[in-house]
Design a protein around this ligand. Structure first.
Ligand code: GAL
Length: 446
Protein backbone atom coordinates (compact mmCIF):
# COMPACT_ATOMS: atom_id res chain seq x y z
CA UNK A 1 0.00 0.00 0.00
CA UNK A 2 2.80 2.39 1.03
CA UNK A 3 4.62 1.66 -2.25
CA UNK A 4 1.53 2.60 -4.25
CA UNK A 5 1.12 5.84 -2.30
CA UNK A 6 4.75 6.82 -2.86
CA UNK A 7 4.55 5.90 -6.54
CA UNK A 8 1.53 8.16 -6.95
CA UNK A 9 3.19 11.01 -4.99
CA UNK A 10 6.39 10.55 -7.04
CA UNK A 11 4.45 10.71 -10.30
CA UNK A 12 2.75 13.96 -9.35
CA UNK A 13 6.04 15.49 -8.19
CA UNK A 14 7.75 14.65 -11.48
CA UNK A 15 4.73 15.91 -13.42
CA UNK A 16 4.79 19.15 -11.44
CA UNK A 17 8.53 19.64 -11.99
CA UNK A 18 8.12 19.08 -15.73
CA UNK A 19 5.30 21.59 -15.84
CA UNK A 20 7.35 24.15 -13.88
CA UNK A 21 10.29 23.63 -16.21
CA UNK A 22 8.18 23.96 -19.31
CA UNK A 23 6.80 27.22 -17.93
CA UNK A 24 10.19 28.72 -17.14
CA UNK A 25 9.92 31.24 -19.92
CA UNK A 26 6.39 32.26 -19.11
CA UNK A 27 7.28 35.92 -19.13
CA UNK A 28 7.13 36.30 -22.90
CA UNK A 29 4.37 38.79 -22.23
CA UNK A 30 6.95 41.53 -21.86
CA UNK A 31 10.12 40.36 -23.53
CA UNK A 32 9.07 37.99 -26.26
CA UNK A 33 11.57 37.89 -29.08
CA UNK A 34 10.36 37.40 -32.57
CA UNK A 35 13.04 34.75 -33.21
CA UNK A 36 11.73 32.64 -30.34
CA UNK A 37 8.21 32.81 -31.64
CA UNK A 38 9.44 32.15 -35.11
CA UNK A 39 10.51 28.71 -33.96
CA UNK A 40 7.33 28.15 -32.01
CA UNK A 41 4.97 29.13 -34.74
CA UNK A 42 6.81 27.79 -37.78
CA UNK A 43 5.53 30.83 -39.56
CA UNK A 44 8.38 31.37 -41.95
CA UNK A 45 6.87 33.94 -44.28
CA UNK A 46 8.82 37.24 -44.00
CA UNK A 47 5.64 39.30 -43.58
CA UNK A 48 4.46 36.96 -40.83
CA UNK A 49 7.81 37.52 -39.12
CA UNK A 50 7.01 41.24 -39.34
CA UNK A 51 3.63 40.63 -37.67
CA UNK A 52 5.20 39.08 -34.59
CA UNK A 53 7.85 41.75 -34.22
CA UNK A 54 7.41 43.56 -30.91
CA UNK A 55 6.67 47.20 -31.60
CA UNK A 56 6.99 49.72 -28.78
CA UNK A 57 4.98 52.91 -28.65
CA UNK A 58 5.97 55.96 -26.62
CA UNK A 59 3.19 58.33 -25.68
CA UNK A 60 4.29 61.53 -24.06
CA UNK A 61 1.96 62.70 -21.30
CA UNK A 62 0.90 66.35 -21.29
CA UNK A 63 1.78 68.44 -18.20
CA UNK A 64 -0.75 68.13 -15.33
CA UNK A 65 -3.78 70.41 -15.74
CA UNK A 66 -7.34 70.91 -14.67
CA UNK A 67 -9.62 68.42 -16.40
CA UNK A 68 -13.09 68.94 -17.77
CA UNK A 69 -15.61 68.41 -14.94
CA UNK A 70 -17.40 65.71 -16.99
CA UNK A 71 -14.32 63.51 -17.05
CA UNK A 72 -13.55 63.77 -13.36
CA UNK A 73 -17.19 63.11 -12.44
CA UNK A 74 -17.45 60.13 -14.75
CA UNK A 75 -15.42 57.63 -12.78
CA UNK A 76 -15.20 56.95 -9.08
CA UNK A 77 -11.98 54.93 -8.96
CA UNK A 78 -8.80 56.72 -9.94
CA UNK A 79 -7.91 55.50 -13.42
CA UNK A 80 -4.46 55.33 -14.95
CA UNK A 81 -3.64 58.92 -16.04
CA UNK A 82 -3.32 57.91 -19.68
CA UNK A 83 -6.80 56.35 -19.62
CA UNK A 84 -8.05 59.58 -18.09
CA UNK A 85 -6.53 61.46 -21.04
CA UNK A 86 -8.14 58.97 -23.40
CA UNK A 87 -11.59 59.54 -21.89
CA UNK A 88 -11.20 63.32 -21.80
CA UNK A 89 -12.45 64.72 -25.10
CA UNK A 90 -10.59 67.96 -24.31
CA UNK A 91 -7.25 66.22 -23.75
CA UNK A 92 -4.33 67.88 -25.56
CA UNK A 93 -3.18 64.41 -26.62
CA UNK A 94 -6.55 63.32 -27.97
CA UNK A 95 -5.15 63.21 -31.52
CA UNK A 96 -2.92 60.33 -30.44
CA UNK A 97 -5.97 58.15 -29.75
CA UNK A 98 -8.33 59.65 -32.32
CA UNK A 99 -6.20 61.16 -35.08
CA UNK A 100 -8.13 63.51 -37.37
CA UNK A 101 -9.66 62.73 -40.72
CA UNK A 102 -7.37 65.07 -42.69
CA UNK A 103 -4.14 63.44 -41.65
CA UNK A 104 -5.18 59.98 -40.61
CA UNK A 105 -7.67 58.37 -42.93
CA UNK A 106 -6.81 55.26 -44.89
CA UNK A 107 -8.55 53.11 -47.46
CA UNK A 108 -8.93 52.43 -51.16
CA UNK A 109 -9.94 55.96 -52.14
CA UNK A 110 -6.83 57.50 -50.58
CA UNK A 111 -3.64 57.92 -52.50
CA UNK A 112 -1.64 55.63 -50.26
CA UNK A 113 1.42 55.04 -52.44
CA UNK A 114 3.20 51.96 -51.23
CA UNK A 115 1.06 51.88 -48.08
CA UNK A 116 -1.94 50.48 -49.95
CA UNK A 117 -3.35 47.42 -48.12
CA UNK A 118 -1.85 48.52 -44.80
CA UNK A 119 -4.03 48.59 -41.67
CA UNK A 120 -3.58 51.62 -39.40
CA UNK A 121 -5.23 50.70 -36.09
CA UNK A 122 -7.04 53.72 -34.62
CA UNK A 123 -7.02 55.78 -37.83
CA UNK A 124 -10.19 56.42 -39.84
CA UNK A 125 -10.90 53.55 -42.23
CA UNK A 126 -12.67 54.55 -45.44
CA UNK A 127 -14.88 52.38 -47.64
CA UNK A 128 -14.70 52.27 -51.45
CA UNK A 129 -16.77 55.47 -51.65
CA UNK A 130 -14.45 57.37 -49.34
CA UNK A 131 -16.78 57.33 -46.31
CA UNK A 132 -15.74 56.16 -42.84
CA UNK A 133 -16.77 52.53 -42.30
CA UNK A 134 -19.71 52.20 -39.90
CA UNK A 135 -19.58 48.63 -38.55
CA UNK A 136 -18.89 48.88 -34.82
CA UNK A 137 -19.06 45.93 -32.42
CA UNK A 138 -18.93 43.93 -35.62
CA UNK A 139 -18.17 40.49 -36.93
CA UNK A 140 -17.17 38.89 -40.22
CA UNK A 141 -18.85 36.22 -42.30
CA UNK A 142 -16.83 34.46 -45.00
CA UNK A 143 -19.45 33.56 -47.58
CA UNK A 144 -18.10 30.46 -49.31
CA UNK A 145 -20.68 30.67 -52.10
CA UNK A 146 -19.36 34.02 -53.32
CA UNK A 147 -15.90 33.73 -51.74
CA UNK A 148 -16.49 37.14 -50.21
CA UNK A 149 -16.07 38.53 -46.71
CA UNK A 150 -18.98 40.42 -45.18
CA UNK A 151 -18.43 42.76 -42.26
CA UNK A 152 -21.55 43.47 -40.17
CA UNK A 153 -21.64 45.97 -37.35
CA UNK A 154 -23.47 48.78 -35.60
CA UNK A 155 -24.12 51.68 -37.99
CA UNK A 156 -23.63 54.56 -35.59
CA UNK A 157 -23.52 57.60 -37.86
CA UNK A 158 -25.81 59.72 -35.70
CA UNK A 159 -25.47 62.15 -32.79
CA UNK A 160 -24.21 60.86 -29.44
CA UNK A 161 -26.27 61.81 -26.39
CA UNK A 162 -27.18 60.62 -22.90
CA UNK A 163 -30.75 59.33 -22.56
CA UNK A 164 -30.43 59.79 -18.80
CA UNK A 165 -27.98 61.79 -16.76
CA UNK A 166 -26.26 58.67 -15.44
CA UNK A 167 -26.86 56.45 -18.48
CA UNK A 168 -24.07 55.58 -20.91
CA UNK A 169 -23.51 57.63 -24.05
CA UNK A 170 -25.64 56.33 -26.93
CA UNK A 171 -26.59 56.76 -30.55
CA UNK A 172 -30.14 55.93 -31.63
CA UNK A 173 -30.47 52.69 -33.54
CA UNK A 174 -29.89 53.27 -37.25
CA UNK A 175 -29.34 49.64 -38.09
CA UNK A 176 -26.78 47.02 -38.99
CA UNK A 177 -24.23 48.14 -41.56
CA UNK A 178 -22.84 45.60 -44.03
CA UNK A 179 -19.64 45.87 -46.08
CA UNK A 180 -18.21 43.35 -48.56
CA UNK A 181 -14.60 42.64 -49.44
CA UNK A 182 -12.40 40.10 -51.19
CA UNK A 183 -9.19 41.10 -49.43
CA UNK A 184 -10.28 42.25 -45.94
CA UNK A 185 -8.98 45.76 -46.64
CA UNK A 186 -11.10 47.16 -49.49
CA UNK A 187 -14.66 47.39 -48.17
CA UNK A 188 -17.71 48.22 -50.27
CA UNK A 189 -20.75 49.56 -48.45
CA UNK A 190 -23.66 47.17 -49.01
CA UNK A 191 -26.00 49.41 -47.06
CA UNK A 192 -28.02 48.93 -43.91
CA UNK A 193 -29.18 45.32 -44.01
CA UNK A 194 -31.42 45.55 -40.93
CA UNK A 195 -32.85 49.00 -40.28
CA UNK A 196 -34.33 50.75 -37.25
CA UNK A 197 -38.07 51.10 -36.73
CA UNK A 198 -38.97 54.79 -36.87
CA UNK A 199 -42.55 54.93 -35.58
CA UNK A 200 -43.66 51.85 -33.60
CA UNK A 201 -42.33 52.54 -30.10
CA UNK A 202 -43.06 48.99 -28.92
CA UNK A 203 -40.81 47.44 -31.59
CA UNK A 204 -37.42 46.04 -30.45
CA UNK A 205 -35.72 48.00 -33.21
CA UNK A 206 -37.38 51.31 -32.39
CA UNK A 207 -34.61 53.88 -32.66
CA UNK A 208 -34.79 54.69 -28.93
CA UNK A 209 -33.62 51.16 -28.08
CA UNK A 210 -30.22 49.47 -28.33
CA UNK A 211 -28.95 47.10 -31.04
CA UNK A 212 -25.35 45.99 -30.46
CA UNK A 213 -22.76 43.43 -31.55
CA UNK A 214 -24.60 41.90 -34.56
CA UNK A 215 -23.06 38.65 -35.88
CA UNK A 216 -24.13 36.66 -38.95
CA UNK A 217 -23.72 32.93 -39.63
CA UNK A 218 -24.84 30.88 -42.62
CA UNK A 219 -27.02 27.81 -42.19
CA UNK A 220 -26.20 25.17 -44.82
CA UNK A 221 -29.38 23.19 -44.18
CA UNK A 222 -31.87 26.04 -44.54
CA UNK A 223 -29.61 28.11 -46.85
CA UNK A 224 -30.40 31.17 -44.75
CA UNK A 225 -28.14 33.87 -43.31
CA UNK A 226 -28.97 34.24 -39.63
CA UNK A 227 -28.14 37.34 -37.59
CA UNK A 228 -27.91 37.35 -33.79
CA UNK A 229 -27.58 40.59 -31.86
CA UNK A 230 -27.88 42.20 -28.43
CA UNK A 231 -31.28 43.87 -28.08
CA UNK A 232 -31.93 46.21 -25.21
CA UNK A 233 -33.75 49.32 -24.07
CA UNK A 234 -31.91 52.57 -23.43
CA UNK A 235 -31.35 51.56 -19.78
CA UNK A 236 -30.02 48.10 -20.64
CA UNK A 237 -32.76 46.40 -18.59
CA UNK A 238 -34.33 44.32 -21.39
CA UNK A 239 -31.04 42.39 -21.73
CA UNK A 240 -32.13 40.13 -24.59
CA UNK A 241 -30.89 38.62 -27.83
CA UNK A 242 -32.55 39.30 -31.18
CA UNK A 243 -32.64 37.09 -34.26
CA UNK A 244 -33.05 38.09 -37.92
CA UNK A 245 -32.91 36.08 -41.15
CA UNK A 246 -32.13 36.66 -44.83
CA UNK A 247 -31.74 34.76 -48.10
CA UNK A 248 -28.73 36.86 -49.03
CA UNK A 249 -25.68 38.06 -47.10
CA UNK A 250 -26.49 41.61 -48.15
CA UNK A 251 -30.02 41.39 -46.79
CA UNK A 252 -32.57 42.65 -46.34
CA UNK A 253 -32.75 40.80 -43.02
CA UNK A 254 -36.18 40.11 -41.60
CA UNK A 255 -36.31 40.67 -37.84
CA UNK A 256 -37.91 37.66 -36.14
CA UNK A 257 -38.03 38.17 -32.38
CA UNK A 258 -36.07 38.77 -29.18
CA UNK A 259 -35.86 36.73 -26.01
CA UNK A 260 -33.92 36.21 -22.83
CA UNK A 261 -31.99 33.04 -23.70
CA UNK A 262 -32.54 30.16 -21.27
CA UNK A 263 -34.59 32.66 -19.26
CA UNK A 264 -31.51 34.72 -18.34
CA UNK A 265 -30.41 38.30 -18.93
CA UNK A 266 -28.07 38.58 -21.91
CA UNK A 267 -25.95 41.59 -22.82
CA UNK A 268 -22.64 41.38 -24.75
CA UNK A 269 -22.81 38.30 -26.92
CA UNK A 270 -21.46 36.51 -29.97
CA UNK A 271 -22.22 33.41 -32.00
CA UNK A 272 -19.68 30.80 -33.07
CA UNK A 273 -20.22 28.23 -35.82
CA UNK A 274 -18.14 25.10 -35.26
CA UNK A 275 -16.59 22.89 -37.99
CA UNK A 276 -19.36 20.31 -37.55
CA UNK A 277 -22.01 22.92 -38.34
CA UNK A 278 -23.24 23.27 -34.76
CA UNK A 279 -23.49 26.94 -33.77
CA UNK A 280 -23.34 28.35 -30.24
CA UNK A 281 -24.53 31.49 -28.50
CA UNK A 282 -22.18 32.94 -25.88
CA UNK A 283 -23.50 35.79 -23.74
CA UNK A 284 -22.65 37.77 -20.61
CA UNK A 285 -25.32 37.00 -18.06
CA UNK A 286 -26.28 37.26 -14.40
CA UNK A 287 -25.56 41.00 -14.51
CA UNK A 288 -22.42 40.40 -16.59
CA UNK A 289 -20.82 38.24 -13.90
CA UNK A 290 -20.97 34.90 -15.76
CA UNK A 291 -20.71 33.84 -19.40
CA UNK A 292 -23.41 31.46 -20.61
CA UNK A 293 -22.81 29.20 -23.57
CA UNK A 294 -25.14 26.86 -25.38
CA UNK A 295 -25.81 25.32 -28.80
CA UNK A 296 -28.39 26.79 -31.17
CA UNK A 297 -31.13 24.75 -32.78
CA UNK A 298 -30.31 23.18 -36.17
CA UNK A 299 -31.84 26.11 -38.05
CA UNK A 300 -29.86 28.58 -35.85
CA UNK A 301 -33.05 30.47 -35.07
CA UNK A 302 -33.22 29.70 -31.34
CA UNK A 303 -31.22 28.34 -28.43
CA UNK A 304 -31.73 24.77 -27.18
CA UNK A 305 -32.33 24.00 -23.49
CA UNK A 306 -28.63 23.06 -23.11
CA UNK A 307 -26.53 25.77 -21.42
CA UNK A 308 -23.38 25.90 -19.33
CA UNK A 309 -22.24 28.69 -17.02
CA UNK A 310 -18.55 29.42 -17.59
CA UNK A 311 -15.99 31.83 -16.11
CA UNK A 312 -18.32 32.17 -13.16
CA UNK A 313 -17.89 35.39 -11.21
CA UNK A 314 -15.21 36.68 -13.58
CA UNK A 315 -17.22 39.57 -15.07
CA UNK A 316 -16.14 39.13 -18.68
CA UNK A 317 -17.83 40.64 -21.72
CA UNK A 318 -17.19 41.34 -25.44
CA UNK A 319 -16.52 37.63 -26.14
CA UNK A 320 -14.74 36.65 -29.40
CA UNK A 321 -14.29 32.91 -30.03
CA UNK A 322 -11.98 31.09 -32.43
CA UNK A 323 -10.58 27.60 -32.83
CA UNK A 324 -7.19 26.14 -33.65
CA UNK A 325 -6.18 22.48 -33.75
CA UNK A 326 -9.31 21.39 -31.92
CA UNK A 327 -8.80 23.83 -29.05
CA UNK A 328 -11.27 26.67 -28.53
CA UNK A 329 -9.98 30.11 -27.65
CA UNK A 330 -11.77 33.19 -26.47
CA UNK A 331 -10.73 36.81 -25.91
CA UNK A 332 -12.91 38.85 -23.57
CA UNK A 333 -12.88 42.24 -21.89
CA UNK A 334 -13.78 43.32 -18.40
CA UNK A 335 -16.96 45.35 -17.82
CA UNK A 336 -16.31 49.10 -17.89
CA UNK A 337 -18.82 50.35 -20.46
CA UNK A 338 -17.17 52.31 -23.28
CA UNK A 339 -13.93 52.74 -21.30
CA UNK A 340 -11.10 50.41 -22.28
CA UNK A 341 -9.77 47.73 -19.95
CA UNK A 342 -7.51 44.68 -19.88
CA UNK A 343 -8.28 41.81 -22.25
CA UNK A 344 -7.94 38.19 -21.22
CA UNK A 345 -7.48 35.09 -23.36
CA UNK A 346 -9.05 31.79 -22.38
CA UNK A 347 -8.87 28.25 -23.78
CA UNK A 348 -10.98 25.10 -23.60
CA UNK A 349 -10.97 21.60 -25.00
CA UNK A 350 -14.75 21.66 -25.24
CA UNK A 351 -16.58 24.81 -26.23
CA UNK A 352 -18.98 24.10 -23.34
CA UNK A 353 -16.05 24.42 -20.92
CA UNK A 354 -14.36 24.37 -18.55
CA UNK A 355 -12.63 27.47 -19.87
CA UNK A 356 -9.22 28.22 -18.48
CA UNK A 357 -7.64 31.66 -18.15
CA UNK A 358 -4.45 32.13 -20.21
CA UNK A 359 -3.71 35.75 -19.32
CA UNK A 360 -3.45 39.07 -21.11
CA UNK A 361 -2.77 38.46 -24.81
CA UNK A 362 -1.49 41.96 -25.66
CA UNK A 363 2.16 42.37 -26.66
CA UNK A 364 4.01 45.58 -27.56
CA UNK A 365 2.80 49.16 -27.49
CA UNK A 366 3.51 50.15 -23.90
CA UNK A 367 2.28 49.04 -20.48
CA UNK A 368 -0.89 51.12 -20.60
CA UNK A 369 -1.57 49.91 -24.14
CA UNK A 370 -1.36 46.34 -22.85
CA UNK A 371 -3.60 47.08 -19.88
CA UNK A 372 -6.27 48.66 -22.09
CA UNK A 373 -6.26 46.25 -25.07
CA UNK A 374 -4.58 49.07 -27.05
CA UNK A 375 -7.42 51.36 -25.90
CA UNK A 376 -9.97 49.05 -27.49
CA UNK A 377 -12.38 46.20 -26.79
CA UNK A 378 -12.63 42.80 -28.49
CA UNK A 379 -15.43 42.12 -30.93
CA UNK A 380 -14.36 39.28 -33.28
CA UNK A 381 -11.46 37.10 -34.39
CA UNK A 382 -11.07 35.83 -37.98
CA UNK A 383 -8.61 33.21 -39.25
CA UNK A 384 -5.88 34.87 -41.25
CA UNK A 385 -6.23 33.50 -44.77
CA UNK A 386 -3.54 30.93 -45.58
CA UNK A 387 -1.63 31.03 -42.26
CA UNK A 388 -2.74 28.33 -39.77
CA UNK A 389 -2.48 29.52 -36.17
CA UNK A 390 -2.64 33.18 -37.19
CA UNK A 391 -5.76 35.32 -36.92
CA UNK A 392 -6.96 38.90 -37.13
CA UNK A 393 -8.10 40.32 -33.80
CA UNK A 394 -10.88 42.86 -34.36
CA UNK A 395 -11.55 45.43 -31.65
CA UNK A 396 -13.38 48.73 -31.19
CA UNK A 397 -11.70 51.84 -29.87
CA UNK A 398 -14.89 53.41 -28.56
CA UNK A 399 -15.20 57.17 -28.58
CA UNK A 400 -17.86 57.86 -25.93
CA UNK A 401 -17.88 61.59 -26.74
CA UNK A 402 -18.80 60.85 -30.36
CA UNK A 403 -19.60 57.17 -30.84
CA UNK A 404 -19.84 57.37 -34.64
CA UNK A 405 -16.15 58.28 -34.62
CA UNK A 406 -15.16 55.09 -32.75
CA UNK A 407 -12.18 53.49 -34.45
CA UNK A 408 -11.24 49.97 -35.50
CA UNK A 409 -8.20 48.27 -34.07
CA UNK A 410 -7.35 45.23 -36.17
CA UNK A 411 -4.17 43.43 -35.17
CA UNK A 412 -2.46 40.10 -35.83
CA UNK A 413 -3.20 37.39 -33.27
CA UNK A 414 -0.99 34.32 -33.11
CA UNK A 415 -1.36 31.08 -31.14
CA UNK A 416 1.88 29.52 -29.88
CA UNK A 417 4.39 29.33 -27.02
CA UNK A 418 3.44 28.53 -23.41
CA UNK A 419 0.62 30.44 -21.70
CA UNK A 420 1.51 32.92 -18.94
CA UNK A 421 -0.82 31.97 -16.15
CA UNK A 422 -0.59 28.86 -13.98
CA UNK A 423 -3.26 26.32 -14.64
CA UNK A 424 -6.16 26.00 -12.30
CA UNK A 425 -7.25 22.41 -12.71
CA UNK A 426 -4.30 20.07 -12.97
CA UNK A 427 -0.57 19.66 -12.74
CA UNK A 428 0.22 21.59 -15.82
CA UNK A 429 -1.30 19.18 -18.33
CA UNK A 430 -2.38 19.81 -20.94
CA UNK A 431 -0.21 22.86 -21.35
CA UNK A 432 -2.11 25.50 -23.29
CA UNK A 433 -0.59 27.64 -25.97
CA UNK A 434 -0.28 31.36 -25.58
CA UNK A 435 -2.59 33.71 -27.43
CA UNK A 436 -0.62 36.80 -28.48
CA UNK A 437 -1.96 39.99 -30.03
CA UNK A 438 0.82 42.19 -31.43
CA UNK A 439 0.56 45.96 -31.48
CA UNK A 440 1.46 47.60 -34.78
CA UNK A 441 0.85 51.19 -35.73
CA UNK A 442 0.73 49.89 -39.29
CA UNK A 443 0.76 46.40 -40.74
CA UNK A 444 -0.57 44.33 -43.59
CA UNK A 445 -1.64 40.81 -44.33
CA UNK A 446 0.97 38.34 -45.60
C1 GAL B 1 -19.79 47.86 -23.11
C2 GAL B 1 -20.23 46.86 -24.15
C3 GAL B 1 -20.66 47.62 -25.39
C4 GAL B 1 -21.76 48.59 -24.97
C5 GAL B 1 -21.25 49.51 -23.87
C6 GAL B 1 -22.32 50.47 -23.40
O1 GAL B 1 -19.45 47.23 -21.91
O2 GAL B 1 -19.18 46.00 -24.46
O3 GAL B 1 -21.11 46.72 -26.37
O4 GAL B 1 -22.86 47.87 -24.50
O5 GAL B 1 -20.83 48.73 -22.78
O6 GAL B 1 -21.86 51.25 -22.33
Amino acid sequence: MLTIVWTVVGFFLVAHLISLYSRKDNNIHQQVSSDQLQVVHHLAHPIVRELIRVEEEVLRMPPPRKRSPRTSKRRSRKPIPLVEEFLDDKSPIRHLFFPGIKTAAFGPTKDMGNETSYYFPGKIWMDTQGNPIQAHGGGILLDVKSNTYYWYGEYKDGPTYHAHKKGPARVDIIGVGCYSSKDLWTWKNEGIVLGAEETNKTHDLHKSNVLERPKVIYNEKTEKYVMWMHIDDANYTKASVGVAISNSPTGPFEYLYSKRPHGFDSRDMTVFKDDDGVAYLIYSSEVNSVLHIGPLTEDYLDVTPVMKRVMVGQHREAPAIFKHQNIYYMVTSWCTGWAPNEALAHAAESIMGPWEKLGNPCIGGNKVFRLTTFFAQSTYVIPLPGVPGAFIFMADRWNPADLRDSRYVWLPLVIGGPADQPLEFNFGFPSWSRVSIYWHSKWRLP
